[in-house]
Structures are given as C-alpha cells and as structure tokens.
Design a protein around this ligand. Structure first.
Ligand code: CMC
Length: 437
C-alpha cells in the first residue's frame, strides 16, 4: 500500500512538509518541524479538552459513537452482558482474551482471596463523619491503601502489578460496602468467599443478623450486568487521569484514587446521582415539558443526556433499560421510570436535542435501577467506580507496557503578561484578579 502522507505548505515561509499519516492520525510532534524562523520553537497543536487528540494507542475498548457501538477487546457489549459474569469480562479487559474455565477459576480465586481489608483500614474508615459523602470516603480509602502496600511502588515489575490489580479489584467492593454501612451506622460485614463477586458485595451491604446472606439471584445478575456495562469506556476523563498520574510511575492505588476523583464530577460518573435529583425536581410526568423548555432556554443541562463520543443512542443505556425491567419484576416498578421515559420521549423528538445529537447515556437509567435495588443516590457513583476500577487498571497496565509512553506533560499556549517590573507593596493599586473572573 502506498504510504499515506499529509502535504502541507507553510505559507509563513513557503516551505513544503510531508507529514506521515498512521492509523488515521498525524503525530503532533511532526508539526514541530514547521518553524517560522530560526529561533522558533516550531508549530504546536492546540486542543483543550482533547476534542481531536488521540493521547495513546489502545487495544482495549472500541467505540463507534456515530453507530452506537461498544466493544471490549473486540466483543460486542451486548454479547458480553448477556453471556458473561463480571469477573469473566474483567479478565478479558485486563488480559485481552476470554478466560478458559481454569483461567477464570484461578482469577476468581485470586480476586476473592484479596477481598479483606486490613483492620487499620477499617479503623481509618470509622474516622469519617457519619454524613461524609460515600465517594469522598471511597477515594480517600483507596488512596490510603497505598500506605498498606508499599510494594505497589514496583510498577515496572509485572508480578507486582498483577498482585496490585488483584488486590484492587478484590477490595473496591469491600470499601464501597463499608462506606455505605458507615453512613448508616451499621457494623461492617466481612466478605464471604462462598459468594460470587456481586453476591458478596450485596452480602457486605445488606447482611444483618442472619447467619448466611442469600442474594436475590435476579438482582445479583442485574448488578453483575451493570458492572459489565461500566467496566471500561476507552479514554474518558477518569481513564485519562489514571494514565496521566500513572505516567509519573505513581503506585496504582493513588492512581486509582485520582481516577475515582475524576469520576466523581457531575459531568462524568457523578451524573447518575444528578439524574435522580433532576427526576425528583421534575416530580411528575406533567412537568417534563416545562423542564425541557427550561433546559433549552439555557438553565442547566439535562443530566444523563449527551456524550462526547456517542452521537447516537448509548448502547449501554439500551441494555440498562432491559435490565431495569428484570429488576422491577423483583422489586416493584420505580415510579421515576415513568418520568424518565417521558423525558426521553420529549427530548428525542425535540429539535434542540436532535440537532445536537443528544441521547440518553449510561447514567440516565442506571440510577433508577440502583434506587430500586435499595441504594441512596450518594452511593451511585461508588457503584460506577467498582467495575470501572477494572478499566482503569487495564488502561494503566497498557500505558506502563507501552514503549512510547513517557510522563504525561502537555504544552500550553502562554497568554499572560510579558516580563514586568516588580511593584513594592505600598505602591500597588487594587486590580481585578484572575481568580474572580
Ligand atoms: N443537556 C442540554 N444540552 C446539552 C447537554 C445536556 N445534557 N449536553 C450537551 N449539551 C449541549 C451543549 O450546551 C452544547 O450546546 P451549544 O452547541 O448550543 O453550545 C452542545 O450540546 C454540545 O455540548 P458540549 O458541551 O460541547 O459537549 P461535550 O462533549 O463537551 O460534553 C457531556 C459531553 C457528557 C459532558 C455533556 O453532554 C453533559 O454535560 N451531559 C450531562 C452530564 C452527563 O450526563 N454526564 C455523563 C456522561 S456519560 C458517562 C460518563 O462519562 O461518566
């Protein structure tokens, strides 16, 4: 095949350049060859919020946002959600291939082996105020694990990496469940090795005085499916943070805490909590149209709608809708679903949303299921963080193994003052500061 090349004529100097195209992209560093004159640094590309910049090469997750396609390691999300358990999908995401029966047994055994928290970590959790937000507790406790496992600093050792990955996947449900019990003032429940990943999580959340917790299989499967849907989503905000922090060779516990912090924002994983608040605010189906009009007039955003990549229906939202029906058979219908369905209907028919290609995303319906399962909205983003830990770790591992990766360090276009003469304090005048703009 003929080499693909982008030919550019720099009109500043009349110099021609041939820039190679690889995988449909040019390397931004190739632009540096284009200089306006001898002392010039060279041309940079400017892309705040990475609207059109690939920050890495990745073989983990594929998304076609226009067609509404999501695949992990080549397998369509619909097939994985229907046929796999969450840990089977976790193995796939981390290792690149679906596990054999023996490989899965060993992986499940290894993760299960690491579900316990050190007792001092439990004590650490008791230090939070009773009304601390579960996501704040989750982020801080995951970071605190870094102090429990100093061997996690050996990020270049594949065996050490594997161990930390198993530890993190094993421990995040335990931390999540403890944050929940803490906010209710309930005693912590230790993990039960006999149970599956999701059943054990439910055990740690909801076991009271019964000798053995038995999860409702329909609800446990629904949670497992939700975990599969949330496991990875290529270079989203939190995955990008995981890679950026990991690129300094910080240990995976603090990297995961940083990624979870990114997830907590209302424009990212925090949106599921916001959707529930929004549905509460709307209150009834009759108020939906008025609410949509308010959004169109520029008052806020429709939470759970829109996506940087999906310009079509988010395939995860479709599967969640299906899972919601299964859950409601067991729990009774969440009345908020009717408001959500009406909101979706009105928005999808409206010119404002059609023109901007705004469709429901994964967070639009997940909160409704979580609420039906018995979670309060503050827990929703923690429920997102548990499975996404797998994706973060896969992204982190891929980044560490990538020979091209270096410490992430973007450039800037400096727009501030040129050099200024220092002004002594007694001669200074009050000026508008950049912090209050
Ligand atoms: N409601 C109303 N208008 C919207 C919305 C929304 N939810 N999302 C985008 N728009 C408008 C936006 O105002 C802009 O309009 P205009 O062209 O007139 O200025 C246009 O659509 C393009 O939006 P954008 O802000 O350039 O899009 P983005 O790619 O920067 O943002 C997003 C993507 C997900 C942050 C945004 O759609 C949003 O804030 N949605 C609500 C929060 C949400 O549901 N987040 C969860 C995302 S999916 C799961 C995850 O990543 O965690």
């Amino acid at each position: 095949m003929e080499k693909e090349v982008l030919s550019i004529l720099d009109m500043r100097t009349n110099a021609p350049y041939d820039i190679p195209i690889e995988n449909g992209a040019v390397r931004a560093s190739d632009l540096r060859r284009m200089k306006a004159g001898p002392g010039d640094f060279g041309l940079m590309s400017y892309d705040p919020a990475f609207l059109n910049t690939a920050s890495c090469q990745s073989a983990i997750t594929f998304i076609d946002g226009d067609k509404g396609i999501l695949r992990y390691r080549g397998y369509p999300i619909e097939q994985l959600a229907e046929k796999c358990t969450f840990l089977e999908v976790a193995y796939l995401i981390l290792n690149g291939e679906l596990p054999t029966e023996l490989q899965l047994k060993n992986f499940v055994g290894a993760v299960t082996h690491h579900t316990m928290l050190h007792e001092t970590t439990k004590t650490f959790l008791t230090g939070f105020r009773h009304d601390a937000h579960p996501m704040g507790m989750f982020i801080s406790t995951v970071a605190a694990l870094s102090t429990v496992y100093p061997d996690a600093k050996n990020v270049l050792d594949p065996e050490a990496r594997k161990l930390q990955i198993q530890r993190l996947i094993g421990k995040v449900p335990t931390i999540a469940a403890y944050t929940y019990r803490h906010s209710l003032g309930y005693p912590y429940i230790y993990p039960d090795d006999d149970l599956s990943y999701t059943e054990n999580f439910m055990n740690m959340l909801w076991k009271m005085v019964e000798p053995k917790y038995r999860a409702n299989p329909v609800l446990a499967r629904a949670l497992d499916i939700l975990f599969i849907l949330h496991a990875d989503h290529e270079q989203n905000c939190s995955a990008n943070v995981m890679r950026a922090v990991g690129s300094s060779q910080a240990d995976p516990f603090v990297c995961t805490a940083a990624a979870a912090a990114a997830l907590s924002g209302p424009l990212h994983g925090g949106a599921n909590e916001e959707v529930l608040k929004m549905l509460d605010e709307i209150g009834s189906k009759e108020n939906v149209r008025g609410y949509v009009d308010k959004i169109k007039a520029g008052h806020g955003k429709l939470m759970g709608f829109g996506h940087r990549i999906y310009k079509n229906y988010d395939p995860r939202a479709r599967i969640i809708k299906w899972a919601a029906d299964q859950v409601f058979v067991a729990t009774g219908r969440n009345p908020k679903l009717d408001i959500a369905l009406e909101l979706e209907k009105i928005a999808l028919e409206d010119e404002y949303f059609i023109k901007r290609k705004l469709y429901p995303n994964v967070d639009f319906y997940s909160g409704i299921i979580y609420q039906a399962l018995g979670f309060k909205p503050e827990m929703f983003t923690v429920l997102f963080a548990i499975p996404r830990t797998v994706g973060w770790l896969a992204q982190w591992q891929e980044m560490i193994q990538d020979p091209e990766q270096k410490i992430a360090r973007p450039r800037q276009l400096y727009t501030g003052y040129d050099v200024r003469e220092f002004v002594p304090i007694e001669q200074r005048e009050v000026r508008a500061t950049s912090a209050t703009r």
